[in-house]
Design a protein around this ligand. Structure first.
Ligand code: 13P
Ligand code: SF4
Length: 332
């Protein structure tokens, strides 16, 4: 049994506010037979009540194997949809229905279908950051944690089409040597990182290792000691002998890093957007969609069993095929 009085949330929320909310959430969790899954970018207090905190791949793997009756998905909408695709008969709720993603928004299903119609030899690989309707049009799904492995396993006689992240796609082409047609989408938060700012930080802290998410621009990736998914970033920092790290991704990840490596120092890479506000002492990058979720909204979505993810059965059926292909190749 978790003792909420022992839990000290970092950041914005005081223990006096956190503890009764956390208690309510744990009671609801038991009543509903629910599991709480949270992405690494969620606010600390949400991470602290979750059963599992991880990257998109880890969360999809957890969703695929859970026997809970209700999945409370603390992340963005496409992630909750992914859980529903893998669990059509379960209730999947999310704290805020409007928690979108700029990558998902960049690739509407009808526009993808139109492009696919121009080349019958296309084999479509979709980054998991897309809608269920887009997944339903694709051959396989990838995450930043397994994209290289999955593209290496793609049929050699097909023309690869990669959607919707051009930066991740470019990085995977560099790693695998496979040529791909890239959809022109990007993560609005990661493209804010600029080479110049990371170089300044590296000059100031020459002992620091630079860890970069592959959604970042090539000029930034080129400065990295490691380019990887959020989960692999945590493993890299845990296992590296270095004591200081420049983290080039969304700042929510720092909570787990500090929890799991209390003797190490994590520096959030500054973004251009934050640099435009010189009076703001924090120059960290935040995804406005991930940050729509609050602990109160987690409690409310459990109380109301809403907002709930609902998808047409034919979309679920078609989107499940590339999702399961991804999980199968990933496990090899
Ligand atoms: P990860 O799968 O690496 O956690 O990435 C998810 C994401 O949305 C990054 O912006
Ligand atoms: Fe989407 Fe970028 Fe937010 Fe990740 S950080 S959910 S890719 S907008």
């Amino acid at each position: 049994m978790i003792d909420v009085a022992e839990m000290q949330p970092r950041a914005g929320m005081s223990p006096a506010k956190f503890q009764p909310l956390a208690q309510e959430i744990f009671t609801l969790k038991k009543q509903l037979n629910a599991v709480i899954l949270a992405h690494n970018y969620q606010v600390p207090e949400i991470q602290d009540v979750a059963d599992f905190v991880g990257d998109s791949l880890g969360l999809a793997q957890q969703a695929a194997k859970t026997d809970a009756a209700v999945i409370v998905f603390c992340g963005v909408h496409f992630m909750a949809e992914t859980a529903k695709i893998l669990n059509p008969n379960k209730i999947v709720v999310l704290p805020d229905r409007d928690a979108g993603c700029s990558l998902e928004a960049s690739c509407p299903a009808p526009a993808l279908a139109k492009l696919q119609a121009t080349n019958p030899n296309f084999w479509t690989i979709a980054y998991i950051n897309c809608s269920a309707a887009v997944k339903a049009l694709c051959d396989v799904i990838v995450t930043s944690g397994n994209a290289e492995k999955i593209v290496n396993a793609a049929p050699k006689d097909r023309d690869l089409l990669f959607v919707p992240d051009e930066n991740l796609g470019q990085w995977v082409m560099e790693q695998t040597g496979r040529k791909m047609t890239l959809w022109q989408g990007n993560c609005y938060a990661h493209v804010e990182f600029q080479q110049e700012n990371i170089l300044k930080l590296r000059a100031q802290f020459p002992d620091a290792k630079v860890v970069v998410h592959p959604e970042s621009l090539r000029a930034v990736r080129e400065l990295a000691d490691s380019v990887c998914s959020t989960e692999k970033m945590i493993t890299y920092c845990k296992t590296s002998p270095a004591k200081r790290f420049v983290i080039v991704t969304e700042s929510g990840i720092i909570h787990r890093m500090q929890k799991e490596c209390p003797d190490k120092v994590f520096l959030c890479a500054p973004t251009v957007d934050a640099m435009r506000a010189p009076t703001d002492p924090c120059h960290c990058s935040e995804c406005k969609f991930m940050k729509m979720n609050t602990l109160e909204k987690v409690r409310d979505c459990m109380k109301n069993l809403a907002p709930r993810v609902e998808l047409p059965p034919d979309i679920i059926q078609r989107a499940r095929v590339p999702m399961e292909r991804m999980l199968e190749i990933s496990a090899r």
